[in-house]
Design a protein around this ligand. Structure first.
Ligand code: HEM
Ligand SMILES: *[C@@H]1O[C@H](CO)[C@@H](O)[C@H](O)[C@H]1NC(C)=O
Ligand SMILES: *[C@@H]1O[C@H](CO)[C@@H](O)[C@H](O)[C@H]1NC(C)=O
Ligand SMILES: *[C@@H]1O[C@H](CO)[C@@H](O)[C@H](O)[C@H]1NC(C)=O
Ligand SMILES: *[C@@H]1O[C@H](CO)[C@@H](O)[C@H](O)[C@H]1NC(C)=O
Ligand SMILES: *[C@@H]1O[C@H](CO)[C@@H](O)[C@H](O)[C@H]1NC(C)=O
Ligand SMILES: *[C@@H]1O[C@H](CO)[C@@H](O)[C@H](O)[C@H]1NC(C)=O
Ligand SMILES: *[C@@H]1O[C@H](CO)[C@@H](O)[C@H](O)[C@H]1NC(C)=O
Ligand SMILES: *[C@@H]1O[C@H](CO)[C@@H](O)[C@H](O)[C@H]1NC(C)=O
Length: 312
């Protein structure tokens, strides 16, 4: 299955094939990689791309693009990034509806093992299952999957405002850029063409990578929402910024120090005061993955925004 899939990916990546203007990125690559542009195949494509972005490249063989993954530590423009404590319950950073973040373990459905089997989780009730399926759905909307909306590939059923979902994470420019880089590297590893990678990266940066963005519509049925995910002071300010719509952000408290690198715990146990940059709350210099740093650092050193420098 993977050999065939990735053989196609290699062909797509190297051939002169170009996506027709009237075909979405989702529809085009579903057809290129899985032949039939069905809802089930679109769901499979988004499962492969999201799972690879989260845990790093796991398909064998592959087209030679190494993806460290969102859960792996890395580096952006010389700033160490480690997103894992937001996902494993290390930080009290999840918006569960109250006035402060709560610790939630989103790796409670088997962690990486089911993802490597192209599944969201080992069950269908865990926080992991809900998060992963929502990511498959949301990124399907972003990539224009035309067949989404039925049982084989449900419409997005998660929270509407990406600001609201991520507000207690107080994410920095480096953290959001690292996440977007992993999505782009994942797509690249399946043979997505440069222009399409640039389009995806630009869209993600424009929609989520600025602070104080005015309401914007991502999921048409959900209407305009506050979408800023990058909200700490290192994030560039949006055009037409509406900062009064956004609450003052605070770095999340450490909920379980055994899940958070030492460099973070020693930065005060007072994570909320490290505004400005999140380097101190999320750095773990002793354990940076060299591969991750190399992959991202090579491409993103001194990049002011977006993915242009990686792919152009
Ligand atoms: C930049 C583009 C990003 C997009 C489009 C995005 C999208 C999403 C979506 C759709 C959900 C599910 C919401 C729901 O189930 O209602 C989610 C949840 C989550 N995201 Fe992001 N995200 C992005 C960046 C990040 C970054 C940089 C982090 C850093 C740690 C992050 C951490 C999380 C976590 C921990 C959750 C689970 C929170 C919850 O379910 O309450 N995301 N994201
Ligand atoms: C896209 O445009 C081409 C050429 O104009 C046409 O043959 C094809 O049917 C169109 N496809 C879709 C999905 O509209
Ligand atoms: C695509 O769909 C056609 C018609 O339903 C079917 O005959 C063919 O086997 C399918 N191909 C793949 C690769 O699924
Ligand atoms: C990830 O991709 C790199 C580059 O192709 C490869 O060397 C590595 O073996 C892959 N890792 C896995 C787990 O497939
Ligand atoms: C969830 O899993 C249970 C047990 O594996 C299964 O019986 C049920 O049909 C599943 N529900 C959905 C919606 O997939
Ligand atoms: C900012 O607002 C003005 C006036 O409403 C509008 O014309 C312009 O397109 C907006 N710019 C952006 C980047 O949204
Ligand atoms: C902290 O995380 C560790 C490792 O997952 C776990 O064994 C421990 O029970 C957690 N402690 C608390 C207070 O949640
Ligand atoms: C983290 O700090 C604890 C307590 O000071 C120490 O026992 C542990 O070895 C440290 N871990 C690392 C990876 O430095
Ligand atoms: C901890 O945070 C409080 C409130 O923001 C601040 O007054 C205090 O100086 C901080 N302590 C340290 C050690 O940074």
């Amino acid at each position: 299955m993977f050999f065939r899939t990735l053989a196609f990916a290699a062909a797509v990546g190297s051939a002169v094939a170009q996506r027709p203007a009237n075909m979405s990125i989702c529809d085009y690559y579903t057809t290129a990689l899985l032949t039939n542009n069905t809802a089930a195949n679109q769901a499979t494509l988004l499962t492969l791309v999201v799972n690879t972005a989260v845990i790093g490249n796991y398909t064998q063989p592959n087209v030679g693009v190494s993806v460290p993954g969102i859960l792996a530590p890395g580096e952006v423009n010389g700033i160490a990034v480690n997103l894992l404590p937001y996902f494993d319950g290390g930080f009290a950073s999840t918006n569960t509806g109250g006035s402060a973040g709560m610790a939630v373990n989103f790796l409670d459905g088997g962690g990486a093992a089911p993802l490597m089997k192209n599944m969201p989780a080992n069950d269908n009730t865990s926080a992991q299952y809900i998060l992963l399926t929502h990511l498959y759905e949301y990124f399907g909307v972003l990539l224009g999957c035309s067949m989404q909306g039925g049982a084989a590939y449900p419409a997005y059923a998660g929270h509407a405002s990406m600001y609201s979902v991520h507000k207690f994470m107080d994410l920095s420019y480096a953290e959001v850029t690292y996440f977007i880089d992993q999505v782009a590297l994942s797509a690249m590893s399946f043979g997505v063409a440069k222009d399409d990678l640039t389009a995806v990266g630009t869209a993600l940066t424009t929609l989520f990578g600025y602070r104080c963005e005015p309401p914007m519509t991502v999921v048409p049925s959900q209407g305009p929402q506050l979408e800023s995910i990058c909200i700490d002071s290192t994030c560039p300010l949006a055009a037409n910024a509406t900062c009064s719509s956004y609450a003052t952000a605070m770095k999340p408290a450490i909920a379980n120090s055994t899940l958070v690198p030492n460099s973070t715990t020693t930065s005060g146990g007072n994570a909320s005061t490290t505004s400005g940059t999140s380097t101190s709350t999320s750095s773990m210099p002793a354990t940076i993955s060299k591969a991750a740093a190399a992959t991202v650092g090579m491409s993103f050193a001194a990049v002011a925004g977006g993915l242009a420098a990686l792919f152009l």
